[in-house]
Design a protein around this ligand. Sequence first.
Ligand code: SF4
Length: 87
Amino acid sequence: MSETPKIKYKIVHDRPGCIGCSACVVVAEKYWEMKEDSKSSIKHEKMQHVGEEEHLEHDEDYELNLEAAQTCPVNVIHIEKDGKREL
Ligand code: SF4
């Protein structure tokens, strides 16, 4: 049995630019939800609001959230790892 290694990373959601397409929710429903203003939000108890952005520092499901970021048509989901922006 191999365990998925933990990878420390940060999701940055530049929420004002979200066009509400729901793609991130379809890809990673565990972490993303649609809100009443028709924009998505990070769905996690440790999510922090930083200005109009949403940030989540996490160490699980890196690949899943990377996929959500890659799926976003307007590139408002960013993934940072080791202090560097991956996407
Ligand atoms: S994929 Fe991007 S534009 Fe679409 S709802 Fe998610 S954050 Fe917003």
